[in-house]
Design a protein around this ligand. Structure first.
Ligand SMILES: O=c1[nH]c(=O)c2[nH]c(=O)[nH]c2[nH]1
Length: 299
């Protein structure tokens, strides 16, 4: 029997993590945008892989240069910037039939001086990062926005009981615990004519408010409520995926020191941590949109 032929499967290539910082300097009051941009092209690159023929290769270096050149005109929201890149590469080169463009945005806040934000001095925001992924299939684009490492904690309004008590269960039931989690979430837009900055700010606000207002019986329930709040308020979003670590805080036994501990002194364990992941989506919307492929870290 002849050996089966070897063929090339799925492939994409580009420049990962182009560290782009743009200063808007129209006047004395500067603006700053700090992005980590990844560009990946999909299309017919069989000759490069199988024959070493690079005639269709838009070099990863060129992709990096394009990111910087486009920033000369201003960047706008991460979503708009990525859509621009995607339209350029899919429009310019026939054999580029799609691709994936991704950005992470780092926050810089103005340093307060004399009661006002300084014109050109900034302090890096918290650990939280805004994310965006734009996927093109032909000329059709899908936008998935998100945030990573949004740490939240509530010191009351969280219980956990009623769980399985098999022979390995030792965790005490509680009707008053600290609930702390680091939220990573990504949401898929069902259209492109969106004010992405406003939508991002509102989703973030809804996530925080839902976390604060939900009397939690489990992180799973809190997660679902956070997703439900977003989808009920934001019609431009069809689904939201979460990966939330449950950052356990254990009340310390102070009795060896002759002290009580009325839920005031805790040991913040960094690992292991609970990891709660779920998608919340509109009924009838397929949960396996291809734009999610290549977005790791969710179930
Ligand atoms: O909110 C929680 N969900 C769990 O599934 C779980 N499991 C656990 O040990 N603690 C918690 N907390």
């Amino acid at each position: 029997m002849p050996e089966p032929a070897i063929v090339l499967g799925a492939n994409q290539y580009g420049k990962a993590e182009v560290r782009l910082v743009r200063i808007d300097r129209d006047g004395p009051r500067h603006g700053i945008t700090d992005f980590d941009v990844t560009s990946q092209l999909r299309g017919d690159f069989a000759a490069a892989h199988m024959e070493g023929d690079n005639s269709r290769i838009v070099a990863t270096d060129t992709q990096k240069n394009t990111v910087f050149a486009f920033a000369r005109d201003g960047v706008g929201t991460p979503e708009e910037f990525l859509l621009r890149l995607g339209r350029h590469f899919t429009g310019e080169f026939d054999w580029v039939t799609g691709g994936r463009w991704e950005a992470e945005q780092y926050t810089w806040n103005r340093i307060p001086v004399d009661g006002a934000g300084h014109d050109h001095s900034f302090v890096r925001g918290g650990t939280e990062t805004r994310t965006a992924v734009v996927t093109f299939v032909g000329a059709e684009a899908t936008v998935i926005s998100g945030l990573r490492d949004l740490a939240v904690l509530k010191s009351a309004g969280s219980e956990f009981h009623g769980f399985v008590r098999d022979r390995y269960a030792t965790l005490a039931e509680t009707d008053d615990r600290i609930l702390a989690t680091s939220v990573t979430a990504r949401w898929r837009y069902n259209r492109l004519d969106v004010g992405f900055d406003e939508s991002y700010a509102e989703v973030r606000r809804l996530l925080l408010e839902a976390f604060a207002r939900t009397h939690s019986l489990a992180l799973q329930q809190t997660l679902y409520e956070m997703g439900r709040w977003v989808l009920e308020a934001r019609t431009e979003i069809d689904e939201i995926r979460f990966s939330m670590s449950n950052l356990h805080h254990f009340a310390v036994d102070l009795t060896p020191f002759g002290l009580d501990n009325p839920n005031e002194v805790f040991y913040a364990a960094d690992r292991p941590y609970g990891l709660i992941e779920a998608t919340v989506l509109r009924d009838g919307v397929p949960g396996n949109h291809p734009a999610w492929q290549g977005i790791a870290g969710f179930c």
